[in-house]
Every structure is written in C-alpha cells, then in structure tokens.
Design a binder for this molecule. Structure first.
Ligand code: TRP
Length: 341
C-alpha cells in the first residue's frame, strides 16, 4: 500500500462454511493473484455474516478461521492490508449516510432479498418478508460502505456478487449527485478474477459444491483426503485397458494439483492402459496430501491462541482506518456534520 500510482483493489470474505478445493482454485487463488497488479485490501465481512449467524462463538471462530485460511493460502499481510470489517467504525458511520441517499427500490431488487421473498411466496406465506431482518435488507448498503470507505478502484468478486458492486456504484453516484460539489466518492468497478480452471470437479463429477455434497474440504487431514479420493466414482474399465484421462475425475483433479511432469506421466500411462483406477487414486491421494499439507499446517499454526493472527489483524485495522479516515471526514463535512463546517 505504498505506491500511489497503483490502483486499489478491495474484497470482502464472508466467514461462513468450510472451504473446499473448488473455493481454493476458483476464488481464493484468483483473488490473491491480483496482488501482482493492485494494492490489495482483504477483509473478513463478519458483520455481514451476522445477518444469519446467531452463535457468538461460531462467529468469532469462523472470522479468525477465514482470515487464517487466506493467510495460509498465500495472502501476504506485508504486501496487502488484511483486517476485520467490525474493526472499522468508519464503515458503519458511512453506512448510515449511504442509506440516506440510497433508493429503497434499489434494495427491493437486490438478489438476496428477492430470493427470500420468492421463497416465502413459494411456501404460500402471506407475509413475503417473513424471516427477513433489516440486516439482510441493508446488506448491499453495508457492502457499499465497505467499498466506498476504502476509496477502492476495483472490487474482485464472484459472479453472484456483481449486482452488489453495481449497487455500490449506484449509491456512490447518488451521494455524488447530492453532495458532489463538496466531496465525491470514487465509483468502484467490479472485476471477476479469472480462475485457471473452468471448474473443479467434485467426487461425483459435477462441479465441486457444498450443496452437492461432493466437496473435498481444503483442510482435510491426509487420511480423510485419501478416503474421499477413494469415493470418487470411476467406471469398470480394467486395469490394463486404455483410459481417457480427460473424462476421468481423479485425473482432472490430479492435473489441477500435481507438478506438470507428474501429470503428463500419469496421462501417458492411463492412455496406454498401464494404470488402473486404484493406482490413479493412490497417486491423486499423494498429490493432494503434498499440495495441501503446507496450507493445513500454516492454518493450524495461525489458529493457535498465541499466533501472529491477532497482530496481523490489528496492523491491518490500523492501515485500513488510516485510509478510511479522510474519506469519512470528506463525507461528514459534505453532509454537514463535521465539527467545523
Ligand atoms: N457479500 C460478499 C459475499 O458474500 C462479501 C462482501 C462483503 C464483500 N463486503 C464486501 C465483497 C465488499 C466485496 C466487497 O461474498
């Protein structure tokens, strides 16, 4: 965060659920590669999770856990700013100001809120807002505050979050329309980082996803990894018969995680009929254990109570607040609540 010439990218990570290999290759690594191009800020969106979580210990644990996972996966806290959303009071003050310029109708059209209403409708409920709290309704405003308080240029997100970033840009425009002669918020732009692989196949060959129950958790212990790998469905092609590597789930997974030389070797042996499914799965088990052990070890080190994690988050908080302060000062002064006006 030192070169003023570089643009700033910012992304929030909601601390829910245990990440799997699809998340690592499809979301975490692509987002981390952006540090080559942008000054990057990554934060744990713990107050966004509060729209659904009702267990304090779980929220606290999963917030630390998601930070530890990203750090273990290669997020460098020296080069990037890593912090917790709830550590930045500036976000919440801006959030109120933004809610006073955001059109209510815009929030009615936000996907998550609409999905909740559609669900109620499908269940035949007369109150379409049943079970909807104001946090869910205001979710896009808080997200806009996350982005705008950091004066971010770009926001890397998955496709499911594109609408939220568009809403943030829209809300920034509304603020600028009302107060732009005194202070202007930067209009952010969404980017969808390219994943290397189109998608990571799960144990049943469909896209790896928690909802399909076909995922390999990123933090699996070696024995559990090997056991999951043995569950992958394969056909009845005999050991000595040639096999098409590109339609084989174990091979596709191996190719994503193995050294290119090993993957090329295994490909040749499968095609030539020199390798059975059992051997392939053993090779995949070895490959995953080797690729994931450094991440899992670093993760468990960071999760220890005496680790550097809290110091990293405290340092990130200080750096993020430094960036947020002038934005909030500009906003306060523009709307007429600054000490000196
Ligand atoms: N809503 C995002 C998600 O569910 C997380 C998030 C919160 C976020 N604030 C953000 C992402 C700001 C990008 C920018 O994945």
């Amino acid at each position: 965060m030192t070169s003023p010439a570089r643009k700033v990218s910012l992304t929030g990570i909601k601390p829910t659920g245990e990440p799997h290999l699809g998340n690592l290759l499809g979301a975490i690594q692509p987002a981390l590669r952006l540090t080559g191009q942008y000054d990057s800020m990554y934060f744990v969106a713990d107050y966004h999770a509060l729209t659904t979580v009702r267990d304090a210990d779980e929220l606290a644990r999963s917030s630390r856990s998601v930070a530890a996972i990203w750090l273990a996966a290669g997020l460098d806290p020296e080069r990037s700013v890593v912090y917790r959303q709830s550590d930045l009071p500036e976000v919440f003050e801006l959030s109120w100001v933004l809610s006073c310029v955001a059109a209510k109708g815009l929030m009615n059209r936000a996907h998550a809120y609409k999905a909740a209403r559609d669900l109620n409708q499908g269940l035949g409920r007369s109150d379409l807002d049943a079970g909807v709290n104001m946090g869910l309704y205001n979710y896009p405003v808080l997200m806009a505050a996350d982005i705008l308080i950091a004066d971010a240029d770009v926001v890397p997100v998955g496709r499911d979050q594109l609408q939220h970033v568009e809403i943030a840009a829209d809300v920034a425009g509304s603020f600028n329309h009302a107060f732009g002669d005194r202070y202007r918020l930067k209009i952010p732009q969404a980017i969808v980082p390219e994943a290397v692989a189109a998608s990571v196949p799960g144990l049943d060959g469909r896209k790896m996803s928690k909802s399909y129950d076909n995922a390999i958790p990123l933090l699996s212990e070696p024995a559990a990894l090997r056991k999951l790998v043995r569950r992958i469905a394969t056909d009845s092609t005999g050991v000595d018969e040639p096999k098409d590597p590109d339609t084989s789930v174990p091979f596709q997974l191996l190719e994503l995680f193995a050294e290119p030389q090993l993957a090329a070797d295994v490909r040749g042996r499968l095609a030539a009929g020199g390798m059975g499914w059992g051997q392939l799965k053993d090779a995949l088990g070895d490959t995953l254990v080797e690729a994931l052990t450094p991440i899992r070890t670093a993760y468990h080190d960071l999760m220890r109570p005496d680790s550097d994690l809290d110091a990293i988050l405290a340092d990130g908080r200080d750096r993020a607040r430094e960036r947020a302060r002038p934005v909030l000062e500009g906003v306060r002064s523009a709307v007429g609540v600054a000490a000196k006006h």
